[in-house]
Design a protein around this ligand. Structure first.
Ligand code: 5GP
Ligand code: MN
Length: 329
């Protein structure tokens, strides 16, 4: 599986490593695990994303290591690389602005990802494995296929990736493969409780203040099978919070007994609404997201829909009420 990517890596000297907009622990963890590996085998690496690294994930990289495309100095930096590796994303829209920078330079591209719906032509060399719990699992396997030394800093980055996408081994994508990877990462120096505290237990006071207003919007529909809640920009601003502070809210609602599908609406600065869908096993969330031009995984997907909030809620909920038309694959 890894030979084409291996040869791609061997053929180039300097890489830009990138991932999706609003990067999460799997995006940043996969990028940093891959970056440490590439440097270990003598490659030069620039890490650059379209949007900023959330505060809680900054411990995974040195200060200013992860650049934001478009900020001063980033264009010349892109001119210093001869190839690109894209992780944890499989389409131009989710890759964001940096996609234009890659295309303008015609940089050869490799993609390592685990989402549904790979976009044809997105990269020249691709490993796409939707059965991998996290892209971090794939990066681990790439490193092992090279017989490279798994250092503690690589292990921490990859562990952050795995616990993010498996909800610390709770979600339905948790499998023996992910647990074996995690065990090996612990052997390489990861302290699970410390990593959990850093990734999930480092919330801001803004996040704490935002929880009440957002959860107070919670509504039950379809006799409790649908759970719907929303966050307006006003709530976020009044709490002194940021968009990233809402990470994890959707999982609180997902834990309610009888809920089959959670729909979380978040108003964005741009005025449209970001929707997070979470299924508890019976509904294909990816099929719903796809209807709205979004994507993701069978149990966790997302999309953007036009505002204002009441219109977005009406439009999406009326489609989702027809749950039986979105059976699990
Ligand atoms: P979240 O709800 O945490 O933002 O996203 C859940 C999953 O859905 C992630 O795997 C994410 O990549 C995917 N996703 C979220 N929003 C979009 C979107 O607008 N387009 C696509 N293609 N995928 C999305
Ligand atoms: Mn992922």
């Amino acid at each position: 599986m890894w030979n084409p990517i291996r040869q791609f890596i061997d053929r180039h000297d300097a890489f830009v490593v990138t991932s999706h907009i609003n990067p999460d622990g799997d995006a940043i963890g996969s990028e940093m695990g891959l970056t440490h590996f590439l440097r270990q085998i003598g490659k030069k690496v620039v890490v650059m994303n379209s949007t900023e690294t959330p505060e809680v994930l900054r411990f995974l990289a040195a200060e200013d290591e992860i650049r934001v495309y478009g900020e001063p100095g980033t264009q010349p930096l892109l001119d210093t690389v001869d190839a690109c590796i894209i992780v944890d994303v499989n389409n131009w829209e989710q890759l964001g602005n940096i996609g234009r920078g890659l295309q303008a330079r015609s940089l050869p591209r490799a993609c390592i990802d685990h989402h549904q719906g790979y976009t044809a032509g997105f990269a020249d060399y691709t490993v796409t494995d939707t059965s991998a719990a996290a892209t971090g699992v794939l990066i681990y396997e790439l490193i092992r296929a090279h017989e490279a030394k798994l250092t503690k800093e690589m292990a921490e980055a990859l562990y952050a990736a795995v616990i993010t996408d498996t909800g610390t081994f709770r979600f339905s994508n948790t499998d023996a493969r992910a647990l074996r990877v995690a065990a090996d990462l612990v052997d390489a120096g990861v302290v699970p409780t410390e990593m959990h505290r850093k990734v999930f237990g480092s919330k801001s006071w803004g996040a704490g203040r935002l929880l009440g207003p957002v959860l107070s919007t919670l509504e039950s529909d379809m006799g409790g099978k649908l759970a719907i809640f929303s966050a307006t920009l006003e709530m976020v601003n009044n709490a002194g919070a940021t968009y990233d502070d809402m990470d994890g809210f959707v999982d609180l609602v997902r834990a309610i007994k009888g809920v089959e599908l959670v729909i979380f609406f978040k108003e964005t600065e741009e005025g449209d609404i970001k929707v997070s869908l979470r299924s508890n096993g019976r509904v294909d969330a990816h099929a719903i997201a796809k209807q709205f031009g979004g994507g993701g995984h069978t149990m966790a997907s997302g999309m953007r829909v036009p505002g204002p909030m009441p219109l977005a809620v009406d439009t999406v909920v009326s489609i989702c009420r027809n749950l039986s038309s979105f059976p699990i694959l």
